[in-house]
Design a protein around this ligand. Structure first.
Ligand SMILES: [Zn+2]
Length: 262
C-alpha cells in the first residue's frame, strides 16, 4: 500500500475486524482510493468544490471500477462502485436470486455443477454490491456507518434480512417460482409485494381462462357447436356485463341462440 498522501486524511477502520478491508465491497484491501482522485485534487481545491479529501482502503477491483470517476465524496464513490459491481456481475446475481438451494439440489449433476458455480459467484457479488461499509475513524474521530444502510426487506408485514430470503419465502408461500419472482423485481422497481400481486393476478387470470375454456368445450360438445363460436360468444357476453359468470353467459347463449337451432 502507498504511504499517506498529505493532502488526504486516512479513513481507518475503527475495529480490528475491518483492518485491511475494502470500504466499498468488503474484500481484502490492497490499495487506496482517493476522494477526490489525486489528479483532480487541485481542481476541487481551486473551485472550492465539496470534497472529503479521504484516502480510502479499497481492493484492486473497486479501484479499477472507479477509474475515470472524478467524484469527491466518499458516499458518491461508494454508490458508483456498487452500481458498477452490480452491473458487472448482473448475470451471476440473477442466478443467485432466481435459484434456491433446494431447487439446485434437484437438478441433474452437470447442470447442478454449473448453476452451483454461478450461485456462489452471484452470492458473493450480491454481498459485495450491497456492502454497508464499516465504522471508521478519521484523525481520531469515530464515524459510525449507519446500520440503516442494510435495509431489511418487508413482505406483507414480515421482515427479511435480504432480498434472497424474502424471495425464497415468497416462492414457498405463494407457490410461484423463485425465478419468476426475481425477474419481476426489475419491472416493479424491486418492490416484491407488487411482484407477488402481479403474479397472483396473472395466475388467477390463467385459472379463469382455463375454466372458461373447459366449460365452453363441454358446452360445445353437448350442443354440437364449434368451440370457437362458443368461446367468442361467451366473451362478448362477459364484455357487455362484467358481473356475469361463465356459466351464466353460457346459459344466456343457450336461451338466446343455441336453443333455436336444436
Ligand atoms: Zn472492493
Amino acid at each position: 500500500m502507498t504511504p499517506l498522501d498529505e493532502r488526504y486524511r486516512l479513513l481507518r477502520a475503527a475495529d480490528e475486524a475491518h483492518f485491511h478491508t475494502c470500504f466499498y465491497c468488503g474484500c481484502i484491501a490492497t490499495e487506496y482510493d482517493y476522494a477526490p482522485p489525486r489528479a483532480h485534487w487541485g481542481a476541487f481545491e481551486h473551485h472550492r468544490q465539496a470534497a472529503d479529501n479521504l484516502q480510502i482502503p479499497a481492493c484492486r477491483e473497486c479501484v479499477t471500477l472507479l477509474r475515470g470517476c472524478t467524484m469527491g465524496l466518499l458516499q458518491q464513490r461508494r454508490d458508483v462502485v456498487q452500481t458498477k459491481l452490480a452491473a458487472k456481475y448482473k448475470r451471476a446475481i440473477n442466478v443467485y436470486l432466481c435459484w434456491s438451494e433446494e431447487e439446485v439440489e434437484e437438478l441433474d449433476r452437470s447442470l447442478k455443477y454449473s448453476i452451483a458455480a454461478g450461485l456462489s459467484l452471484g452470492e458473493e457479488s450480491h454481498r459485495r454490491a450491497n456492502y454497508p461499509g464499516f465504522t471508521y475513524e478519521i484523525e481520531g474521530c469515530r464515524v459510525a456507518v449507519s446500520q440503516a444502510v442494510v435495509q431489511p426487506v418487508m413482505l406483507f408485514g414480515e421482515r427479511f434480512d435480504g432480498i434472497k430470503a424474502a424471495l425464497e419465502h415468497a416462492a414457498k408461500t405463494y407457490g410461484i417460482s423463485q425465478g419468476k419472482l426475481a425477474q419481476g423485481l426489475v419491472q416493479h422497481n424491486d418492490n416484491l409485494e407488487a411482484v407477488v400481486h402481479a403474479l397472483q393476478q396473472q395466475q388467477q387470470k390463467q385459472l379463469e381462462e382455463r375454466q372458461m375454456n373447459r366449460l365452453c368445450a363441454e358446452f360445445a360438445r353437448a350442443h354440437r357447436q364449434s368451440r370457437r363460436y362458443v368461446v367468442n360468444a361467451v366473451q362478448r357476453y362477459l364484455d357487455r356485463d362484467e358481473s356475469l359468470t361463465v356459466a351464466e353467459a353460457l346459459e344466456r347463449l343457450y336461451q338466446e341462440r343455441v336453443r333455436h337451432f336444436l
